[in-house]
Design a binder for this molecule. Sequence first.
Ligand SMILES: Cc1cc2nc3c(=O)[nH]c(=O)nc-3n(C[C@H](O)[C@H](O)[C@H](O)COP(=O)(O)OP(=O)(O)OC[C@H]3O[C@@H](n4cnc5c(N)ncnc54)[C@H](O)[C@@H]3O)c2cc1C
Length: 497
Amino acid sequence: MNDFAALKESEIVAWDRQVDVIVVGCGAAGVSAAIEARTDGAEVLALEAAGESGGTSAMSGGLIYLGGGTALQKACGFEDSPEQMTRFLLAACGPHADEEKVRIYCEGSVAHYDWLVECGVPFKPSFWSAPTAEPWNDDGLMFSGGEDAAPFADLAKPAPRGHCPAAPTASRHGSAGGFLLMQVLARRAAELGVEQSNNTRVRRLVVDDHGAVVGVVARRFGQDMYLAARRGVVLAAGGFVHDDRLLSEHAPALVGTDKLGVEENDGSVLRAAMAVGAATVHMDAGEAAFSVPPALVKPGILVDAEGRRFINEDAYLGRVGQHGLFHRGGRVWLVLDEKIFDAAEEFRGPVQPDFVAETVEELAEEAGLPVSALVETVAAYNRAAEAGRDEQFGKAGRWLEPLRPPFAALDARGRFRTFTLGGLRTAPDGVVLDREGVPVPGLYAAGRITSGIPATGYVSGASLGDCTFFGRRAGASAALGRTGNSTAVEVGSCAIR
Ligand SMILES: Cc1cc2nc3c(=O)[nH]c(=O)nc-3n(C[C@H](O)[C@H](O)[C@H](O)COP(=O)(O)OP(=O)(O)OC[C@H]3O[C@@H](n4cnc5c(N)ncnc54)[C@H](O)[C@@H]3O)c2cc1C
């Protein structure tokens, strides 16, 4: 028997506890599910393997991808519409983005922003425009997905959609946005009466004679507990970036990278769901944040081991990272000059170049790159910059400046920070589906344990946006119960049936 195989209800002598809805994992997806299920009147027990709620969500920068005309966008003077947002996300989160989920998400985005505010999440109505991955102060809004860069700027009207909770202090350098988000949501859940059990690791699911999920087996301080869920179990245990076996099988490029996620993102709950027939989708997909300051990347040029450019450098860093890791084997160098380095002083952080040289030939030799190819690449780039037009990749004119001596290069191998995007196949209402697309009765899921809005591509904020929005929907569906499919639920502006 595999370690994750489901337990038959008939084998349980007595349940230790019965509630309406059990939520597994208390990150952004789980807490949102718990809040919504409780709001709908269900008795909710949230189980968390770690000593406190938060998960990876609490470590994050806190950017939440929202738009379509949120109050924050309006207050900062930006116009947006669900149509433009949908157009952008379908392109940026593809190929093979789930069109139904993306549309529902974009149509419900304004209402979801309002819900976060009602929960107490603070957003300051000010816009951050500097080239950084997150605001360095308490500004609430920024471009976070390359909306204003090729190839997306021509596909949809660019609008900033990265909504970042304002930390209590003026300086938020680091990850305080995610911590604040989780503090507020966890407090809201507690106020509503969600019961949370920490240090409680779910190990297996429990099924009845018809294959419906009716509870879980959880272990707390060495003691197994049998916990029944009258209406449903919501899985929200995060991605599987720490499961090297699943990674080797599906996403080998992520093995050995700098992994973004709490160690509990180990794939075990995902495997328990697979053991009851749940299907998975896009298991090979991953986010690969390229951890070089954008203030250096955008005006520089990125080359692969052949000494050739491979992307417009003003693209969103996650897109740069995905192209670099998945299509260039992670062998990427950033080439720049002294002028770029000096101009980026305020936003480049402690990064220093690995190689400095007076000529491109010397630089190539120092960095171990093919000399003639790099000379050709820099010459072609300089011609494009002088003409103010990057025909090859469409980098915007404001970032085009010829590279002049002295030159510098940064060996960017190993600068990919990753988490998984693939996972359980779910309907937009959070119901977990089997390989035939049929719901697994009693089982719901949300967040990075599922494949969501960021199907294969990624934009910053899409994970927390997806976790909170679809977490709510999964919680609402679970509160309806295994036989409740005929009732409509309102989450965002869209009814679930
Ligand atoms: C440094 C950093 C910055 C980031 N910045 C952003 C950003 O700005 N915007 C964005 O959208 N995304 C960002 N991300 C990614 C984002 O944080 C995650 O993808 C997201 O938080 C996943 O949420 P989740 O609820 O699915 O999982 P998690 O937040 O990881 O929650 C899962 C929870 O389940 C628990 N758990 C696991 N297994 C079990 C079990 N067997 N039993 C019980 N509990 C279990 C875990 O302990 C954890 O608390 C960032 C990530 C990092 C690390």
